[in-house]
Design a binder for this molecule. Structure first.
Ligand code: ZN
Length: 152
């Protein structure tokens, strides 16, 4: 049941140059740390700025393939999904009502417009929201609440 010690440490090797002495957990980065907005808009790793955050359309990668930052530790989840979908639904409904009153198009026009619009809007805003949440969690070093144990 013991936690394997050292499993999370980045494996040495690969880089031949002797690394400059840095305190553990704070790698010396040559690139500036991306802002939350940059992380959200481009899907960047919040630590090294590589474009490694998303492993799929809506899912984070397990870890950054460049700096090995463990994305799974940031438990963002799909919390913003329902919230965003509600907002988007209200926007789409408003637009659809406006279009109906202004133009009065046949039903298939509505479907052709709003279904792709809604799908793209949900995916796009979810990506933004999840990446922004992860970036802010990384910045604040947020962790799930746990009782402080004896320092090891
Ligand atoms: Zn990284």
């Amino acid at each position: 049941m013991a936690d394997p010690v050292g499993a999370g440490e980045p494996a040495p090797g690969g880089k031949g140059a002797p690394a400059a002495e840095t305190p553990s957990g704070a790698p010396s980065v040559s690139t500036p740390v991306p802002t939350i907005a940059q992380v959200a808009l481009k899907g960047l790793c919040p630590r090294c700025g590589a474009r490694t955050l998303f492993g799929s359309l809506l899912g984070f990668a397990d870890w950054c393939s460049v700096c090995r930052l463990d994305f799974a530790q940031f438990n963002v989840g799909d919390g913003p999904a329902a919230f965003l979908t509600l907002i988007l639904g209200a926007i789409v409904t408003g637009l659809a009502v406006w279009l109906e009153l202004a133009v009065g198009p046949p039903l298939w026009v509505h479907m052709l417009l709003w279904i792709p619009f809604t799908a793209a809007g949900v995916v796009g805003s979810l990506r933004l929201a999840k990446a922004a949440l992860l970036a802010s969690e990384y910045r604040n070093a947020a962790r799930e609440g746990k009782i402080a144990g004896p320092e090891a």
